[in-house]
Design a protein around this ligand. Structure first.
Ligand code: NI
Length: 178
């Protein structure tokens, strides 16, 4: 188990383009395990490798059951070289980032996306997501291109600081820190 340090805004590695993974080998699988250990410890909804300072194209998505809506089964995904191949609709919702702790803002995103990626066995997979899952997928894939959610905010007045002790407010607003 290796919980890694999550780097924060200002670190130049968050602004770089991550490299494609050529071979899904044990090193990549170890990196995935580290991402999982780190996202669970941070209780994030997702994490991208650049957030632990590794410039490779791999993300994890971890949406707990009942998070967005009562009865939701939850989602756990590890995606290598993820790429959005279809996108439609629009949603605007509160979003946060483990690399910009405490800050939240209203971010416009596609409502539905289809993502093509490799799984941990190197097989090509497709994932369809709507609503919160679509939001987290877009947020994490942005990290692979050096884009942060604050770059996507249209209305800067929605950007606000919600301290840790008010985490309830953040989660009740379905904020996605990832
Ligand atoms: Ni983030």
């Amino acid at each position: 188990m290796a919980v890694r340090t999550i780097i924060t805004e200002g670190d130049p590695r968050l602004r770089q383009k991550a490299l494609r993974i050529r071979t899904v080998d044990d090193e990549v699988r170890q990196l995935a395990r580290d991402l999982w250990d780190t996202v669970r410890e941070a209780r994030g909804l997702g994490l991208a490798a650049p957030q632990i300072g590794v410039l490779r194209r791999i993300i994890v998505v971890s949406i707990p059951p009942d998070y967005a809506e009562e009865g939701d089964p939850g989602v756990e995904l590890t995606l290598i070289n993820p790429e959005i191949v279809r996108a439609s609709g629009r949603q605007v919702g509160l979003e946060g980032c483990l690399s910009i702790p405490g800050w939240y803002g209203e971010v416009p995103r596609f409502m539905h996306v289809t993502v093509k990626a490799l799984d941990l066995d190197g097989r090509e997979i497709r994932v369809k997501g709507s609503g919160l899952l679509a939001r987290v997928l877009q947020h994490e894939i942005d990290h692979l291109d050096g884009i942060l959610f604050v770059d996507r905010i249209e209305d800067r007045s929605t950007l606000r600081y919600i301290p840790d002790e008010d985490e309830e407010e953040a989660t009740s607003a379905e904020a996605a820190a990832s």
